[in-house]
Design a protein around this ligand. Structure first.
Ligand SMILES: [Fe+2]
Length: 223
């Protein structure tokens, strides 16, 4: 891995930006309401991007890295901001990942290689969903639950990470992500955690999740 280089005088630092939500705020109704989605995307996600930009502002050599590279190369980030970059950058990366794998409820199903892998690893889609939900229920508070593939053995794993930790820091490739921070559901579900997690399965876009596994096997980079 090459060292992070300072930009030369002709390069303009870009920093990080909030990508627009890839669907309208009310697209996930009735499972997630537009107010929750607006606060979540325009409020919480924007705040992570703003904080990240603030933290890296004195270090122009970090301004042109993709968020994936910034997290993968965290050990090269100056020590005084490393923790903040892990937290704010992880928040940005995890939310960006989340918006991609959820979408309007249209009853998609895992396909092809993903369906086979879920059956091989967990027994069935239903058994996988039960295990994932069980772990998510234990982990509610501030954190995320993921379906990942481990590139060392090509096996699927369910992984729970606290705060804004990213699977990129654990050498895994994320296929699916669920936000279990209270801000993800509290306006609609309050303390009815199980109801939120049950509703979550209705907005998972399994076509995207299946494509992510195919992309992994095709060697394509993806957040
Ligand atoms: Fe969130």
């Amino acid at each position: 891995m090459t060292a992070i280089k300072a930009l030369d005088s002709t390069e303009q630092p870009t920093g990080y930006h909030l990508p627009p939500l890839p669907y309208p705020f009310d697209a996930l109704e009735p499972f997630l309401d537009s107010e929750t989605m607006w606060f979540h995307h325009d409020g919480h996600h924007q705040a992570y991007v703003d904080q990240l930009n603030k933290v890296i502002a004195p270090y122009p050599q970090l301004h042109n890295l993709t968020i994936e590279d910034l997290l993968r190369r965290l050990d090269e980030v100056p020590e005084d901001i490393r923790l903040a970059v892990r937290d704010q950058g992880g928040g940005h990366a995890n939310h960006q990942f989340l918006w991609k794998v959820i979408g309007s409820p249209r009853n998609t199903q895992p396909q092809g290689r993903l369906l086979e892998a879920l059956n091989d690893e967990f027994g069935s889609l239903t058994l996988f969903q039960e295990q994932f939900t069980k772990l998510a229920l234990k982990h509610l508070g501030s954190g995320w639950v993921f379906l990942v593939i481990n590139p060392e053995n090509n096996k699927l794993e369910i992984m729970a990470l606290a705060n804004n930790d990213s699977v990129l820091l654990h050498k895994r490739v994320g296929l699916l992500i669920c936000d279990v921070w209270e801000h993800a559901y509290y306006l609609k579900y309050q303390n009815r955690h199980a109801e939120y997690l049950k509703a979550f399965w209705n907005i998972v876009d399994w076509e995207v999740v299946s494509a992510r596994l195919d992309n992994f096997y095709a060697g394509k980079q993806q957040l």
